[in-house]
Design a protein around this ligand. Sequence first.
Ligand SMILES: [Zn+2]
Length: 114
Amino acid sequence: MTEHTEIAMHAGRRLRVDCPHCGSHMKVRTSKTHLPDYRELYLNCTNEFACGFRCKASLGIIETIVPSYHPNPHVNIKFGAWLKRQIRLEAEGQMRLGLEHQTKKEPHHERRTH
Ligand SMILES: [Zn+2]
């Protein structure tokens, strides 16, 4: 019971879910984890007496924005579009750098400078 209250307080500070019926905020009563990127939450409306709505919700991690410095090899969360573009740009940048090094070695490129 105490454990559940702690989870509720901890989650409540970071994640606010409003009751779809009365608009009061909902407390996380308990949460279950079956997978590292998916969590089930049991929510209770804090407007207990006038509303009393309770529900089950899910929280899924759907996209990587910044990859972990300490990645779990069993977790595979797809990269977001922004991250994919950054990786592509970085790869292209490295290719350009590589080509620049090559051109410096070739003497006929120096003659071609305008
Ligand atoms: Zn409510």
